[in-house]
Design a binder for this molecule. Structure first.
Ligand code: GLA
Length: 384
């Protein structure tokens, strides 16, 4: 049985009983409106700097409508996503920097691919069969986002591109023992900027020893296109009847808790700020997406009335970490000198559930030799 089939069965098994009883603000193209814009679709590459003795590049993906997404192979990171607002003004809807130095200063995973295990593993320990593995501890005695030097801090390989198509494929070989994980894991991430302003992210991976894997993208969005604004007025809809409550270290208790009647119920669109004060620290929780199978489905929408922008999130993953930038404290500044303050971005990290390797009732994150890991997430932006 493939991991995905196994996941469907396990998810059905745990949810069914419950149901029975639950940039810099870019001024690029500023004078042009969305409708008069016809750009040349494709990809260009410029040098971005040097890390670990390797040259790092910045890839600019443009579609015919003029959306522009920039991605660096340092951390396979999305640095900028310039799209028009309802007045045609083009600014970036993700938090990022226009130079490599911003990323080397270790911002909290801005736009990066996180792994080998995105999110937390309690005490950095888990078992596969009779073998216990101990991972690097980097978050209050727990393991977070792949450890001290996770995928977000690695230089990824990039295969030669067809410069007339806005697609870039990045790959990384995570060696046996890296950050404590077993097995040589080859992971590839393909970013495609679609004609209808979707950023499709496709993940593939294979291992030579049983291991655990939970890769995601950690983009912080601010649909106003100006990170001097908070995201508290954005309206969020999450198709989710359950979330995974956490302890004080943000480790799941193992329970799937009904969102009904709680500040976690986003089945009807709600402003982020409406009930955030009732959630100690702010939202930083994994939502169990309502779904019958692991096909690509829309799970989340976010709208911002002021800019008219709408973000839709489609994924094959069973969950999404909704994080409201609670740990941003103004100590990091954007390339325009404006600090990234608390709640100036939100993340929708599509994923398997946190600490799954220690939670037998959660969908499995085990990947075995011979299996092909495959996962897709697409963020799509439009104006209303
Ligand atoms: C994730 C985690 C948060 C925090 C951020 C990075 O979203 O769930 O607790 O660690 O990454 O700051």
């Amino acid at each position: 049985m493939s991991m995905r089939h196994l996941y469907s069965c396990i998810l059905t098994a745990i949810v069914a009983p419950l149901i029975l009883t639950a940039c810099k603000n870019s001024d690029e193209n500023k004078s042009q409106t969305a409708s008069d814009m016809t750009a040349k679709s494709g990809i260009t590459r410029t040098e971005f700097g040097t890390v670990d003795g390797k040259t790092v590049y910045l890839y600019s993906l443009t579609n015919a409508k003029g959306d522009l997404v920039k991605i660096t192979n340092y951390g396979a990171t999305v640095t900028s996503w310039v799209s028009p607002d309802k007045n045609g003004k083009r600014t970036s809807i993700v938090l990022g920097f226009d130079s490599l130095a911003g990323y080397l200063a270790k911002p909290p995973y801005f736009g990066a691919i996180v792994g080998r295990y995105g999110n937390r593993i309690a005490k950095g320990k888990f078992k596969i069969g009779a073998d216990t593995y101990t991972l690097a501890l980097n978050n209050n005695g727990n393991h977070l986002h792949g450890g001290i030097k996770g995928f977000d801090k690695q230089v990824w390989e990039v295969a030669p591109e067809n410069d007339s198509i806005p697609v870039v494929t990045l790959s990384y070989l995570s060696k046996d023992g890296e950050e404590g994980y077993p097995g040589n894991l080859k992971v590839t991430v393909t970013y495609t900027l679609t004609g209808d302003d979707g950023l499709k992210i496709e993940y593939n991976a294979e291992t030579d020893k049983p291991t655990v894997l939970n890769v995601t993208n950690h983009s912080y969005f601010n649909l106003t296109g100006d990170h001097s604004n908070t995201i508290l007025d954005h309206k969020v809809m999450i198709k989710s009847d359950y979330y995974t409550p956490v302890d004080s270290g943000l480790i799941p208790t193992g329970e799937l808790k009904a969102v009904k009647g709680t500040p976690f119920d986003f089945n009807t669109p709600e402003k982020i700020g409406a009930r955030i004060a009732q959630v100690p620290g702010g939202y930083d929780h994994n939502f169990v997406l309502n779904r019958a199978d692991s096909s690509l489905q829309m799970g989340v929408t976010v709208t911002d009335t002021a800019s008219g922008r709408k973000l839709e999130v489609f994924t094959t993953e069973p969950g999404v970490q909704f994080y409201t930038g609670n740990f941003l404290d103004g100590s990091i500044k954007g390339s325009n000198g404006v600090p990234f303050n608390k709640n100036t971005g939100f993340c929708l990290e599509t994923q398997h559930f946190p600490d799954s390797p220690n939670q037998p009732k959660f969908p499995t994150t085990l990947l075995k030799p011979g299996e092909k890991f495959h996962s897709i997430t697409m963020y799509r932006v439009s104006v209303q």
